[in-house]
Structures are given as C-alpha cells and as structure tokens.
Design a binder for this molecule. Structure first.
Ligand SMILES: O=C(O)CCC(=O)C(=O)O
Ligand SMILES: [Fe+2]
Length: 256
C-alpha cells in the first residue's frame, strides 16, 4: 500500500503492466515523467517546510567540468574535458529534512521502492548510509543555475516542488557519452551552443526518472523572483554506500 501522498489511481505503481510500460519508456528515452505523481497538498506542505531553509542552504560557488572530475593536465583549458561551467544553485542535506516530512514517507515507502526497482531493472534499492545524501532539496533563486554535466549515478529520481516564473529549463542531449567514449566532440558542440538540445517539461508534483550518466544535461538560470525548488531522492542498488569525505566537503560544505 503506497503512501497517501501519491496519486496511485493515475499511477498504479504496484501494477505490473504499468511498471512494464514505465520501464519501456525509460529504456527507450532515458527519461520517464509521471505527471501529477504527488498530491498537491504534499507539495504545498513540503514547499512550506523547505522555503524557510533556503537562506541556510549550501551554495558551493565553484565551477566544474561536465564530468565532475578534476582537470586533466594532458589537455589544455579549452579542451572539452577541462572546460569549466558554473553551478550556483544551493541545497539542503538529508539531515536538514524534518523527521515528519512527507518526503521521508515517500522515500521510504515500500511500494514506491518496489516500483523504482521494477522500472530501473534492479533487484535491490537502498538509502545512502551517510546522513546527508538520501533526500536533498535544491534551491535555484533568480540567476542561479546548474551547469552542463553527466551524473555519477546511473539513475536519478527527482520531483519539482516549486517552478520558477521563467528560465530554469531542464535541457539535455542524450547519448553524448558511453562506456567507450568520453564524447569530447559532442560535449564541445553543446558547450559552444552549436548543437540542438532537447528540453524536458515537468511541473511541481511530477516524478522524473532520468538516466544522466551518458546524457549531458543542465538547468538554465532561474528568471524572476520565485525560487525553483526540487527534491532529489538518491538511492543505490547496493547496500552500505556512503559518500567519501571529499564528496561530503564538495557537495555539502561539511567536514566529515
Ligand atoms: O534540477 C534538476 O532538475 C536536475 C538535477 C540534476 O541534474 C542533478 O542533481 O544531477
Ligand atoms: Fe544531473
């Protein structure tokens, strides 16, 4: 039985035919959007509990390459491996999410997790064992953005909480990179703005599953005075995974 926060009439997450359809879409497109997945009152409540934490969010204020790795000094600064992009958005970590938040109910819900396993084609799904990574709320106030990047994880599960008035477009280019190729040529074209990019449309309450390890993606700067807010539900397909000390410092600005 899934939590009452989800619209399981529109999205019967325990129904195997529904799961198969979702999995087919994700396999084909690298992305799945389930419109109106969360009930409106849940989103309102989570926005109300999160908004006061925006000012205390962590804003890394650094640039990064699209691979989220250190520069490679075999290449120059203008090489696609080393070109730097800006990510200025902020976030709060799992330990800043209230114990009674509906986000915890959804994140931990057995039926929801079983649904994710089915759609992602994995046998197991586990939270992070550190106290920071599992549920994060991201904030992008006016002018803030998330620069072009590939994800480290093979899948991401997100839900928009509050949309910006304008801007804050999720743009992506599928299959830029694969297990054999870093995709330098395409990365260079995307960074130069000389190739077409797709925009993924989603609204508050929509569930988004995205395979971002090979798809280059970004969120353009927020326009207008309404902060874009998004929750990231982070899981692993293995038990016992924790962030490294250096990742804790980079992503959350904390000492381990
Ligand atoms: O903000 C979003 O919609 C995407 C976030 C994202 O790509 C990430 O956290 O890696
Ligand atoms: Fe990403």
């Amino acid at each position: 039985m899934a939590t009452a926060h989800l619209d399981t009439d529109a999205h019967p997450i325990a129904d195997s035919a529904f799961i198969d359809r979702c999995r087919g879409t994700l396999d084909r497109d690298g992305v799945l959007v389930l419109k109106g997945f969360a009930q409106r009152d849940m989103i309102d409540r989570v926005v109300a509990e999160s908004a006061p934490k925006e000012a205390a969010a962590f804003y890394a204020g650094t640039t990064h390459n699209v691979y989220l790795t250190s520069p490679d000094d075999r290449f120059g600064a203008e090489h696609p491996h080393n070109r730097q992009v800006v990510s200025s958005k902020g976030l709060i970590a799992d330990d800043e999410i209230p114990a009674d938040s509906p986000l915890r109910e959804v994140y931990g819900d057995k039926a929801f997790r079983a649904f994710l396993c089915g759609v992602l084609g994995i046998d197991q799904i586990h939270p992070y064992v550190d106290t920071l990574s599992s549920i994060n709320v991201h904030f992008a106030a006016e002018g803030m953005e998330l620069g072009w990047h590939f994800d480290n994880s093979s899948f991401a599960v997100t839900m928009l909480l509050q949309a910006a008035e304008a801007g804050a477009r999720f743009e992506y280019v599928p299959a830029v990179r694969d297990a054999n190729s870093m995709g330098y040529e395409r990365v260079g074209e995307v960074l130069d703005g000389t190739t077409a990019v797709s925009t993924l449309e989603f609204e508050p309450g929509d569930l988004v599953l995205f395979r971002g390890r090979h798809a280059l993606h970004r969120v353009t700067p927020t326009e207008g005075g309404t902060t874009r807010m998004l929750v990231v539900f982070a899981y692993n397909d293995q038990p016992g995974v924790a962030l490294s000390d250096s990742a804790v410092a980079t992503f959350y600005g904390r000492d381990a």
